[in-house]
Design a protein. Structure first.
Length: 128
């Protein structure tokens, strides 16, 4: 469904350190700086780009927005969360753990805010 996600940053170097660590925990290769100075992460046809806003204003986070990353296991989601905390992220929402939804789905979720304040989630779909 999604081709790419772009998140703004006021500190590209700090963002690259954060995303290299967190996405690395999910098996995503390290980001590459493109000719526009954006950090680009690519895997399975999807792209995540981290960039300074093109309008020259400061980057801000999306209040109410969440960017989700697929985790292969609860342990991988936990490693993603720990890498984020170690690289300037802050935990948010409930602690990482199992969530049982009303429709019967069982998810393992871990939430962080990146150094720029964007809310992120590592999600693993568990057997019901």
């Amino acid at each position: 469904m999604f081709s790419h996600i772009v998140l703004g940053s006021n500190d590209i170097a700090a963002s690259q350190a954060f995303y290299d660590a967190t996405l690395g925990a999910l098996g995503v290769p390290a980001g590459v700086i493109d000719d526009r100075g954006r950090v680009v992460y690519a895997q399975d046809g999807g792209r995540l780009l981290i960039t300074a806003p093109v309008d020259g204003r400061a980057a801000t986070y999306a209040n109410g927005g969440t960017t989700g990353f697929a985790a292969a296991s609860p342990a991988q989601a936990d490693a993603w969360h720990a890498a984020g905390i170690a690289h300037g992220g802050t935990t948010c929402e409930d602690p990482p753990g199992v969530r049982r939804l009303a429709d019967g789905r069982v998810l393992y979720l871990a939430y962080l805010r990146n150094p720029a304040g964007n809310k992120l989630c590592a999600l693993h779909r568990m057997a019901s």
